[in-house]
Write a protein that binds this ligand. Structure first.
Ligand code: NAL
Length: 326
């Protein structure tokens, strides 16, 4: 696969395409970054951006993972001590999942966000940004009501981080796009450069195929799930025999194959008894989706296969968590 295709595969949005193409011409040693609020254990939402980081590392880039402790604090996720403990476990899970340790730098937000220079830049952004703009940037991240002062400071700090971490590319879920747009507009006002961004899709809720999968509501899959939990969750997932169900619905089973399984395995084997046609093997997502649509691949077989590949992906992180707790 060519470098640009690898860097952008499965990205829902590339801002801007021209800037990312330029980066793809010479990615060696360039720095990409994702930030995460330390909270709970890793779930599929985290792993979707992690897959993109693995692609970028394969393309030769260095990856910076921001453990956004101050952001988590501003979003009411606990005391600094609790947040730090969660962050350390998160780090271990990312490495277990497959981020290349030698090409990954983990940084705590509090290492630079409390410096005087950062604070002064933040105040400058506070002066130049309207309340309305900051609230809109935060609305998709926070989900609930953006009513606290901390919720409008949050996106401004996130925008500044892009400058302070000396990055060449910002990566995030599509829910981060308004923060990245704010950064593109406001950073030049402070005399800083604009950076390109890649946004990963938001995966639909497993059971309904609607909206977004999240840990706070509905069903998600996390590093803590046992093999049996995974099987049960995937089994009860919405899986019509089409990749584009009616209306706003998605096929979450196909989405998980596309975004989580195919990027990490060369070949997917669906095991079937001889009397049902024997094993099927796929090297591309499109072939699998086409077989589901034609009826060659039964949804139940697709689900069983999905559960076992997801299990293989989360097994090392699950093991790591067990170790850390014992
Ligand atoms: C992502 C988050 C917090 C701070 C960041 C700083 C720079 C780049 C990305 C960042 C977390 C993210 C979330 N807002 O919703 O999880």
């Amino acid at each position: 696969m060519d470098t640009y295709d690898l860097m952008t595969r499965n990205a829902e949005e590339v801002v801007t395409d021209e800037e990312v193409r330029e980066l793809a011409d010479d990615p060696d040693g360039k720095r990409a970054y994702v930030g995460y609020e330390p909270s709970g254990v890793l779930h599929l939402g985290h792993l979707l951006t992690a897959n993109k980081l693995i692609d970028l590392q394969e393309a030769g880039m260095e990856v910076v993972v921001l453990l956004a402790d101050v952001h988590a604090y501003l979003n009411d996720k606990g005391t600094f001590e609790e947040i730090r403990e969660t962050a350390e476990r998160m780090k271990a899970q990312f490495i277990a999942y497959g981020l290349e340790e030698a090409q990954t730098e983990f940084v705590y937000g509090s290492e630079f966000q409390l410096d005087e220079e950062f604070a002064l830049d933040l105040y400058e952004l506070e002066v130049s940004t309207t309340l309305n703009r900051a609230q809109r940037a935060m609305a998709e991240i926070q989900g609930g009501e953006t009513a606290k002062v901390s919720h409008v400071v949050y996106p401004l700090m996130q925008a500044l981080d892009i400058e302070y971490l000396d990055l060449d590319l910002a990566v995030g879920g599509l829910d981060q796009r308004k923060v990245h747009m704010l950064a593109r507009e406001e950073l030049p006002e402070l005399g800083y450069d604009v950076r390109p961004a890649l946004h990963t899709p938001i995966v639909a809720d497993l059971e309904s195929g609607e909206g977004k999968m999240s840990s706070s509501q509905g069903v998600t899959i996390s590093m803590e799930d046992s093999t049996e939990d995974l099987e049960a969750k995937v089994n009860s997932a919405f899986c019509p025999p089409t990749r584009d169900p009616e209306g706003d619905l998605e096929n979450p089973v196909l989405e998980l194959f596309e975004y989580h399984v195919f990027p990490r395995f060369e070949e997917i084997v669906v095991e079937r008894p001889e009397k049902y046609g024997g094993d099927l093997s796929y090297e591309s997502y499109d072939d699998l989706a086409a077989d589901l649509e034609s009826g060659e691949l039964h949804p139940a077989d697709a689900k069983g296969t999905l559960a076992s590949y997801l299990d293989e992906l989360i097994a090392p992180g699950r093991e790591k968590l067990r170790e850390l707790r014992s």
